[in-house]
Design a protein around this ligand. Structure first.
Ligand code: FAD
Ligand code: DLZ
Ligand code: SF4
Length: 509
């Protein structure tokens, strides 16, 4: 039966069972469509990376004998929506059956379910064969539980998949979690690594994108494009990370530096999220490295937790909280992201460097996302939806299933604490401890009040004062709540006055 199979831009899994055999009755289709490029404003590198990776995937499938239709962004026949293009292809190729893989994004999932209910031919939805867990496995595990502890889920995953477990089903090293409370700042030693990723020239593709009037922001880096764009490159990049860099990951996981955006992070999220890499193979390689005595149990466990624990947990949280998650706004925050989020032009060094590095690389590591941009946004009161759209656009790895829970849940506490047990906020103290941003900053990290006072300092206290009714009973905030109780009313007034000044002056900070 003549069958059309849709492959989305983040379904580049060459090991999928779809591709095991060549079948003349099956046509695959990949499409570069404005429906997807324009629903938020994307970083230029994200658009280039997705299109280039899709094109590479198509060329490999074709080389292997599969019949593939590829709609480029500037093709005359491209109608720029999945639905319109699919309908046209059904007619042109006399298609008798439609098949697709589970989309990771709620919006597309709903669109395709609706599309299938409207077509007159049979259809079938397949697993993307990527994740360890089913969409609702996390919520099933926490059924009837008020709070969802990632650690509970993580232990369940370790046992279920026998990862870092002894023959007696005990965690290797006799501990489940080797998380260090004493993450180190980075002072220049060990040396950071030069960028070992491949270099591509994608100026022609960039010309196609711009001449198709696709809007974007950030540096395109098309002439020296550094993201791995196929499985072979992604694997090589992963192996270099495991062999040389991973050993420093845990100690410096929270460190930030003006001159080193990446520190010792893996940069594998684009390869993973587009499914060029499989999480199971990443974890197996790390376990092998541990079994070969190349890395310690702390290192292996700490990194595996990110993928087997956090990544799967976040996905389960997304599916069981959609669609209501997208409208969550626990603190009723209303500000739009300030205009300098789009160009990095602020006098606050921490934000200036984090945003500039993000514009340059389409990347910032977790602590920059959480404790600089997210921290500031929560303290000033940016609307979670406005912030979500910014995060979804700017990062190379940003797909809604993983970005939205991290932004709304983990970073903005917009769900009232279902995902995070307390808001991730800090004053200048934490940022100064983990980075060199405060050196040479226009603002003084030690001052709370006055023209030169670091905005984080008054905004931090103001946040707990203003949101007292939401946060005063949180046991994890007992210390800060006590400190506020002990503040005299003049101190509270001057903090609130100072914080208000910063919020009103947000465009000029
Ligand atoms: P490493 O630090 O080397 O970690 C290794 C891998 O662990 C990552 O590639 C990722 O697959 C996984 N991982 C670690 N933490 C998380 C987490 N909290 N959630 C899910 N996976 C995790 N990650 C995305 O993949 N896409 C996003 O759009 C995204 N948006 C985020 C937004 C905010 C506000 C925050 C706080 C975090 C976000 N994260 C997102 C999680 C995390 O910051 C990135 O996965 C990480 O920075 C990617 O870089 P890396 O590959 O060098 O990761
Ligand atoms: C993010 C993105 C972009 C920019 N462009 C395309 C595209 O042209 N074609 C496509 O198939 N996918 C694209 N994507 C990825 C999707 O928007 C979407 O984020 C994921 O498929 C959902 O998991
Ligand atoms: Fe950021 Fe404040 Fe430090 Fe400046 S002083 S870098 S604004 S934390």
């Amino acid at each position: 039966m003549k069958t059309l199979r849709l492959i989305l831009g983040d379904q580049l899994n060459s090991n999928h069972s779809w591709f095991k055999n060549v079948d003349d009755e099956i046509i695959y289709v990949l499409m570069e469509v404005k429906q997807e490029t324009n629903y938020v404003l994307h970083h230029a590198q994200k658009i280039i990376a997705i299109f280039a990776a899709m094109r590479d995937f198509q060329s490999n499938l074709t080389k292997n004998g599969h019949h593939v239709i590829y709609l480029k962004i500037n093709d005359q026949v491209n109608q720029h929506s999945f639905k319109a293009n699919l309908n046209a292809l059904f007619d042109q190729h006399n298609i008798k059956k439609f098949e697709y893989q589970e989309p990771d994004e709620y919006r597309l999932d709903q669109d395709l379910v609706k599309f299938c209910s409207e077509i007159s031919i049979p259809f079938q939805c397949y697993s993307s064969e990527h994740f360890y867990t089913e969409r609702y496995e996390v919520s099933d595990l926490f059924k009837n539980k008020k709070t969802w502890l990632m650690e509970t889920f993580y232990r369940y995953m370790r046992k279920k998949n026998h990862v870092l477990m002894s023959d007696h089903n005990e965690p290797i090293g006799s501990k489940w979690n080797f998380d260090s409370d004493n993450r180190k700042a980075w002072k220049g030693d060990p040396e950071t690594f030069k960028d070992h990723r491949p270099i591509h020239n994608h100026t022609d593709l960039w010309d196609e994108i711009t001449s198709s009037h696709i809007k974007s922001f950030g540096e395109n880096q098309a002439a020296q494009f550094r993201w791995p764009l196929n499985r072979k490159e992604a694997l090589k990049h992963l192996e270099f990370f495991i062999d040389h860099i991973l050993v420093f990951f845990g100690d410096y996981q929270d460190a930030m530096h003006k001159d080193h955006a990446r520190m010792f992070h893996s940069l594998i999220s684009f390869g993973l999220n587009t499914k060029m890499l499989n999480p199971n193979e990443v974890i197996k390689k790390i376990e092998r490295s541990y079994n070969n005595n190349q890395i310690s149990i702390n290192t292996a466990e700490g990194f595996i937790r990110q993928i087997l624990g956090w990544r799967e947990y976040i996905r389960g949280y997304y599916w069981s909280n959609m669609p209501s998650l997208q409208a969550e706004n626990y603190f009723n925050h209303q500000l739009a992201v300030p205009s300098w989020f789009w160009d990095g032009k602020t006098r606050m060094n921490c934000l200036k460097y984090t945003i500039s590095q993000s514009l340059e690389n389409a990347y910032a590591h977790h602590i920059q996302r959480l404790m600089v941009v997210g921290n500031f946004s929560l303290l000033v009161g940016i609307h979670p939806k406005s912030l979500h759209e910014w995060y979804l656009g700017i990062y190379i790895d940003a797909f809604e299933w993983v970005e939205m829970p991290n932004t709304l849940g983990m970073s903005q506490f917009a769900d009232g604490g279902k995902l995070a047990s307390k808001p991730y906020v800090s004053s200048a103290n934490y940022i100064n401890k983990m980075s060199n941003y405060c050196e040479g900053c226009h603002y003084s990290k030690n001052e709370k009040i006055g023209d030169k006072a670091c905005p984080f300092n008054s905004l931090y206290w103001n946040f707990f004062i203003v949101n007292n009714k939401h946060l005063s009973k949180n046991p994890r905030l007992a210390i800060v709540n006590k400190q506020i109780q002990n503040m005299d009313s003049d101190a509270i007034k001057s903090i609130q006055k100072q914080a208000k000044k910063h919020i009103q002056n947000i465009e000029n900070l």
